[in-house]
Design a binder for this molecule. Structure first.
Ligand SMILES: Cc1ncc(COP(=O)(O)O)c(C=O)c1O
Length: 399
């Protein structure tokens, strides 16, 4: 390149500083509480400032409450949910570790891939996307395979399926295995009882049930898992996700990485809102709004992909796309005409389901009616006519 050549310059007018005001009804980031936005405007302090550690301790204390645990090692990883997943797996899976995976969706596959990259010997128990594992099936698999680590997803965002964990944890402990549970789409919105269920390592995200922006991954580790960690044979490959180093940052206040004070403020506000509402009340709010949404969907004449209502998430719904309808066009209509983001299915569910989230701050009666009305409008625009009155059915369910 000649030294006289001009480098391209940014022209101020070409930079869009006003992002579109989307209404987020997808499985990804959900609607953020106005108080959380305000919290993020607070001045940034350094990551070793005593005030930063005060905020961090508040977060630890409130996270124990939402996770339902007494675990001392409960904190956040400076990463998204996948960083929480990778932390759990890279610390507890070493070359040759026998891992059993309950595999019925996209995120179970991501866990499998991470375990594979850490050198695990993997056995998968596979089910079609949209089906949960029964207690008996779970126990039979674990007793037959005798893994050292068992992994499952509590709330499979790719399918809308909820997975009960008690039988998995009980059988895992009977064979001496640790249990890693993905709580990304359940924490703060559906019952997560880490200690009561017997989960050893649980991780989540901040952008769903907690109503915050993405960027942190809450994680909790049982004393039993901690013992196992300390007796690891192979040295940890990952440095950034090494739980023992991260603990020395939070507890020993030893520099590990430049954590984002802004995201820590956001999480503290999000968790304070959960505490004010009451954990159980919040779960009940999600349950109620999910039921009302489903009542509307069924009245419209759509079917839910997850057949058994007891297996459905309260956070993320997967109504099936009617035969004659192109789901991409419906999503495009919603985005362009109504500024609404929903998602489609992928993998075996590509083109077959919509994925519609009602989570955290976004789980409200008004939002149920809004999304049902908008979806109906978008389907009509594709020439599909509803069988009945979705709004009336949802209103009846809302009471
Ligand atoms: C169940 C589940 N696990 C893990 C992840 C990964 O989280 P992230 O996209 O925040 O990295 C997601 C993301 O939606 C998820 O739904």
């Amino acid at each position: 390149m000649s030294t006289t050549q001009q480098s391209p310059t940014l022209v101020k007018d070409e930079i869009s500083i006003h992002p579109p005001k989307r209404l987020l009804f997808g499985p990804g980031p959900t609607q953020v509480h106005p108080r959380v936005y305000q919290a993020m405007a607070q001045p940034i302090v350094g990551h070793l400032d005593p005030y930063f550690f005060e905020v961090s301790q508040d977060n630890q204390r409130m996270l124990r409450h939402v996770f339902g645990t007494e675990n001392e090692w409960t904190f956040v990883i400076s990463a998204t949910g996948s960083g929480g997943m990778e932390t759990a797996i890279s610390n507890f899976v070493e070359p040759g570790t026998k891992v059993g995976v309950f595999a019925n969706g996209f995120f179970c596959d991501r866990m499998t891939e991470m375990a594979r990259r850490n050198g695990a010997e993997i056995t998968r128990f596979e089910k079609p996307w949209g089906e949960a594992f029964s207690d008996a099936e779970a126990a039979e698999f674990i007793h037959r395979v005798k893994p050292q680590v068992v992994m499952y997803v509590t709330a499979e965002t790719s399918t809308g399926v909820f997975q009960q964990g008690e039988a998995i944890c009980q059988a895992a402990h009977e064979v001496g295995a640790l249990v890693i549970a993905d709580c990304v789409t359940s924490l703060g919105a559906m019952p997560v009882h880490v200690d009561k269920t017997g989960i050893d390592i649980a991780y989540s995200c901040t952008q769903k049930g907690l109503g915050c922006p993405p960027g942190l991954a809450p994680i909790t580790v049982s004393p039993r898992a901690l013992e196992r960690l300390k007796s690891r044979k192979a040295p940890m490959q990952a440095w950034y996700l090494d739980l023992q180093l991260i603990d020395s940052f939070y507890i020993g206040h030893k520099y590990h990485h430049t954590a984002s004070a802004t995201l820590f403020y956001a999480l503290r506000e999000g968790l304070a809102i959960v505490a004010e509402e009451g954990r159980e009340n919040r779960w009940e709010r999600h349950r109620r709004h999910q039921r009302a949404f489903v009542a509307g969907i069924e009245a419209m004449g759509l079917a839910m992909h997850v057949a058994d209502p007891a297996d459905r998430l309260w956070t993320l719904n997967t109504p099936r796309v009617p035969e004659s309808v192109d789901d991409a066009r419906v999503r495009q209509y919603l985005l362009e005409k109504r500024d609404i983001e929903i998602a489609g299915g992928f993998g075996p569910l590509a083109g077959k389901v919509f994925r519609i989230g009602l989570m955290g701050y976004g789980s409200t009666g008004e939002n149920v009616l809004l999304i049902l009305g908008a979806l109906e409008e978008a389907l009509r625009a594709q020439g599909w006519n509803p069988a009945g009155d979705a709004r009336a059915a949802a209103e009846r369910a809302l009471g």
